[in-house]
Design a protein around this ligand. Sequence first.
Ligand SMILES: Cc1cc2nc3c(=O)[nH]c(=O)nc-3n(C[C@H](O)[C@H](O)[C@H](O)COP(=O)(O)OP(=O)(O)OC[C@H]3O[C@@H](n4cnc5c(N)ncnc54)[C@H](O)[C@@H]3O)c2cc1C
Length: 284
Amino acid sequence: MKPAPFDWYGPTTTAEAVDCLAKAGSDGKVLAGGQSLIPMLAMRLAEPKALVDLNAVRELSYIRSGEDGVRVGALTRHAELERHADTQRLVPIVGQGLRNVAHATIRNRGTTVGSIAHADPSGEMTSVLALTGGHVVVQSAQGSRTVGWDDFFVGALESCLQPGELAVEAFFPAMTAKSGSAYVELSRRHGDYAMCGVGAIVEVDESRVTSAKVSFISVTETPIVIDLTDAWNEGAEAAAQVARESIDPVGDIHASAEYRTHLAGVLAVQAIGEAIKHAKERAA
Ligand SMILES: Cc1cc2nc3c(=O)[nH]c(=O)nc-3n(C[C@H](O)[C@H](O)[C@H](O)COP(=O)(O)OP(=O)(O)OC[C@H]3O[C@@H](n4cnc5c(N)ncnc54)[C@H](O)[C@@H]3O)c2cc1C
């Protein structure tokens, strides 16, 4: 199938992009990397009357790092962020999550902010934003607002963005010096969306785990962050059980709800184990 007809707008500044979106109102959609939107248009799962293409808005392609964390502009591709040295140092969970996003070719084009705006329950970067306690900066003709991760995701494929609003930046707070992280998942084929994925950030103080938090994909509608510190210190099976009890997945042709629940327990334990190892490596 081919997309339904639409008007195309090619702004070159953020202000122009916001202006185009304001004019388009509820008929408009942002086009970023197009890795999710173009297939949806081709299958006519979305039929916007106007597309506001961000690809010439160069000022939205940036990664700004400071000791407080990393700010990522709306035109920054997954691949650029994945290879960014300061991001690997300050918030390693970002690169660990990104390496699980699709294939390299898709990461070359897809944007991290677009992935968050898309709010796919299987999108790794939604869970990474949650796990780090990040936020999204949103701009519209009315001004700008900052939305914490826990208010940003409203439902499956649904964010809090209103017609006319552009997500201009995602912020990932820096991880502490005592922390480590890992992202593990299982998919049917390499590069496919995961049947279940788990990101973990832990803090280790002289071999004692003082914090162990996880976030899931493909088993919750919107990202959640679960504190498994006490359960982990009781033992791996206790942590797995709390992980399983924290989610309520639905089954589909790729995996039953029972199997996804089982995976959440296994992968949570694996992710925490790897994150502890990572914390010790970072501290050494
Ligand atoms: C074969 C395949 C496998 C994939 N596997 C994975 C995977 O395993 N994990 C994963 O996370 N992703 C996966 N993806 C999706 C990929 O990561 C996309 O890049 C991402 O979901 C969307 O980013 P994009 O820049 O391509 O956005 P687009 O496709 O351009 O847009 C997606 C949606 O977000 C909106 N949007 C985009 N940017 C903004 C913005 N700045 N402000 C407001 N709204 C915006 C658009 O209007 C649209 O509704 C896969 C894609 C393909 C084709």
